[in-house]
Design a protein around this ligand. Structure first.
Ligand code: ZN
Length: 103
């Protein structure tokens, strides 16, 4: 959700009064939905272009993003990354990188 959305203030939904039943109903915020669709579209288009880069370049960029994100997160710890590296734990490193893509 977009925390700066002036319509729903980041909730993703907003209240409306159904005049017929006088009940409060929650409507999905169209502004946020369109914003999310645009971001998804951009992600797909960027992915198509970036996929032409070398594996080494992509690996370097993902590694740098992951390390920088972990370092910038006061609730995370670079020792975690270091432990994954020492044990050559590819799955955990990919899961870690993927978790930061969800932020
Ligand atoms: Zn919204």
């Amino acid at each position: 959700m977009n925390n700066e959305c002036k319509v729903c203030e980041g909730a993703g939904t907003y209240e409306v009064i159904n005049r017929r039943t006088e009940a409060v109903e929650y409507i999905e915020c169209i502004d946020c939905m369109l914003d999310a669709q645009f971001k998804e579209h951009l992600t797909i288009e960027v992915s198509k272009i970036i996929s032409q880069a070398s594996h080494e370049k992509l690996a370097w960029m993902l590694a740098k993003l992951t390390v920088n994100c972990v370092d910038a997160n006061k609730d995370d710890d670079l020792d975690r990354v270091h432990n994954y590296v020492k044990s050559k734990d590819l799955v955990s490193l990919l899961n870690l990188a993927d978790a930061y893509t969800q932020r």
